[in-house]
Design a protein around this ligand. Sequence first.
Ligand SMILES: [Zn+2]
Length: 234
Amino acid sequence: MQIIETGLTFGPLQPREKTTLIVIHHSASPDVPARMIHNWHRKRGWSGIGYHFVIRKDGSIERGRPQQAVGAHAGKNYNGHSIGICLCGNFMKEKPDARQIASLKQLIIWMNQRYQSQNPAGLEIKLHREVAKISCAGELFPVQEIESFYAQANQEGGQPVEEWKNKLLQEARQAGLITEDHNPDDPAPQMVRPGRSNAFAAAFCHPEPATCHPERSEGSLKQLQSCIVVSRNK
Ligand SMILES: [Zn+2]
């Protein structure tokens, strides 16, 4: 699963203290890039796009609001502890593309792994209409399919992301080496702040020539941590 970085810039954002819920939306529009939704939401006076992820018709997943920030998609009672995922299309009139649903499933699995330590029984998943008086995500959204997929995924348990990887990513974020959370098992070159050395890029992005790539082995952890210390002291 790859998340396409969009490089959107935001007004003031708040960090999200906890994450217990995924809220699913449709865009009620044609297939549009996250950047366009970003512009729509900015015009409403918001800090930027309210969703954390946008899934295009072809199944590609675009980054919206930073994953650790409070979103603007489900109302004030839910934004503070939820991730917002928006699928492009109007599912009052059409069904989502099968590629969108496939990507949604992957994203759900990854979010569930990512926040598993806070939610041993799995994240809750709701459609927007379950938390607000609205038709989103449309009558043609395949609720049953997602529900049974998710029930089965939780039953099987899945492979949680090893905690040391998440911890390392968190440290790297705090040290300013990377700007976004990502699945430690995925490459994420765009996460690295511009101006950082290749060693840092290698450490976080590509298996080659990553002598201290955190995603490869726990044994490399020490070396990467020393990179982080060096960066902090600069
Ligand atoms: Zn919605």
